[in-house]
Design a protein around this ligand. Structure first.
Ligand SMILES: NC(=O)c1ccc[n+]([C@@H]2O[C@H](COP(=O)([O-])OP(=O)(O)OC[C@H]3O[C@@H](n4cnc5c(N)ncnc54)[C@H](OP(=O)(O)O)[C@@H]3O)[C@@H](O)[C@H]2O)c1
Length: 289
C-alpha cells in the first residue's frame, strides 16, 4: 500500500493552531489546523458512516469501520494522522470486543506512513505512540489482548471501582494502568476526562467510538470536533440485522437537538471527509439562514 493521492480540499478551518505536518503528510492532506482548548483535553472524534448513517454492519464478522468505508485508504490514512496528533485514543469496550487484535496507533492502521506519523509525533514532542484508553463499566475486558499485553503501547482502562477490583484480581500487565472513574453502569464523560493523567501541554483526546461512548460525550457537550468519513454505500436495515447508527443509547432531536457547524470538507474519489464542530445539545431547532 503506497500513500494515497492528495485529498481534494473544498473547505478547511482558517482558525486554530497549525499542526507541523512533515512534508510527506502535508502533500496528501494540505494544512491541518486544530482548535485550542484550555482546562480540559481537546476532544476530537473520528467515525466512518454509510450514507444511511450506519457505522457497524452487524455484530458477527463484519462489525468494524473497515466494512463501512470499504477499506478506503484515505480513511485509514486520515485515521492514522489523527491518532498521530493525539495523546490519548479512547474506545469503549464494545469497540475493543469487535476488533480485539487492534492497536489504536497510526502505525497499525496505515503502516506505509509509519515513518511520517512518527516524525510528526516527534515534532509535537509526543512519545512514539498515543496512550490507548479503554472504557468499561463492567471491567469485563481481556487483559491478554495485544492492546494490553503486547508492550507496544501504554494503555489505560477507565472503569468503576468494582471493575477495577475485578481487573486487578486478573493480574495487570506492566504497561497498563487501571483507573476508577466513578460508579454505576455508565460513567460520566466529564469524569472520564478528569480521570486521565495530564500530559505536559495541550492534551488531545481522539474518541474513536463506539456509538454508545460517542453518545455519552455528545450529551455532555464534550466533543469539540467530529471527523466523519461518509462512505458512498447504503447499507439498509431489516428486522433480522442489528445495525448500529452513529449514536446509540442517547436521543437528542427533537427535544434537545444537536446541530453541527461544518468546518471542513474534503473528497477522495466518491468518499467525503467532513469536519463538524459541536456545542452542547440545545433546546430548540436552529434557525435556517
Ligand atoms: N464505523 C466506525 O467508525 C466505528 C467506530 C467505532 C466503533 N464502531 C463499531 O461499533 C460497534 C460497537 O458499538 P458500541 O456502541 O457497543 O461500542 P462502545 O461504545 O465502544 O462500547 C459499549 C461498551 O463500552 C463501555 N462503555 C461505553 N460507554 C461507557 C460509559 N459512559 N461508561 C462506562 N462504560 C462505557 C461499556 O462496556 P461494559 O459493557 O464492559 O461495561 C459498554 O457496554 C462495533 O461493531 C465497532 O466496530 C464503528
Amino acid at each position: 500500500m503506497s500513500p494515497p493521492s492528495a485529498f481534494e480540499r473544498w473547505l478547511e478551518p482558517a482558525d486554530g493552531r497549525a499542526v507541523p505536518l512533515p512534508p510527506a503528510l502535508a502533500k496528501v492532506y494540505g494544512p491541518l489546523r486544530l482548535p485550542s482548548r484550555r482546562g480540559r483535553p481537546l476532544v476530537l472524534s473520528n467515525f466512518a458512516s454509510t450514507l444511511d448513517g450506519i457505522v457497524a454492519l452487524d455484530l458477527k464478522g463484519h462489525a468494524g469501520g473497515a466494512d463501512i468505508s470499504g477499506f478506503n485508504p484515505h480513511d485509514r490514512w486520515l485515521m492514522g494522522l489523527l491518532r498521530s496528533v493525539a495523546d490519548y485514543v479512547m474506545v469503549g469496550a464494545g469497540t475493543l470486543r469487535s476488533v480485539p487484535r487492534h492497536l489504536w496507533t497510526g502505525d497499525h492502521i496505515f503502516p506505509p506512513a509509519r515513518k511520517d506519523y512518527r516524525a510528526l509525533r516527534k515534532a509535537l514532542g509526543k512519545p512514539p505512540q498515543p496512550v490507548n484508553v479503554v472504557v468499561t463499566a463492567s471491567g469485563a475486558v481481556d487483559l491478554s489482548l495485544p492492546v494490553f499485553a503486547s508492550g507496544k503501547v501504554r494503555a489505560i482502562v477507565l472503569t468503576t471501582s468494582a471493575g477495577a477490583r475485578h481487573l486487578r484480581s486478573e493480574g495487570v500487565p506492566p504497561t497498563v494502568q487501571i483507573i476508577p472513574a466513578g460508579a454505576g453502569r455508565r460513567l460520566r464523560a466529564g469524569s472520564l476526562l478528569e480521570a486521565l493523567p495530564r500530559p505536559p501541554t495541550d492534551p488531545i483526546l481522539l474518541l474513536e467510538g463506539g456509538p454508545h461512548l460517542l453518545g455519552d460525550f455528545l450529551t455532555e457537550g464534550l466533543v469539540d470536533e467530529l471527523f466523519l468519513t461518509l462512505a458512498p454505500q447504503i447499507a439498509g436495515r431489516d428486522p433480522t440485522t442489528a445495525r448500529l447508527g452513529l449514536v446509540e443509547g442517547r436521543a437528542f432531536a427533537p427535544g434537545h437537538p444537536l446541530w453541527g457547524e461544518l468546518r471542513g470538507l474534503s473528497r477522495a474519489g466518491d468518499h467525503l471527509f467532513l469536519r463538524y464542530r459541536f456545542a452542547a445539545p440545545g433546546r430548540g431547532p436552529r434557525k435556517m439562514d
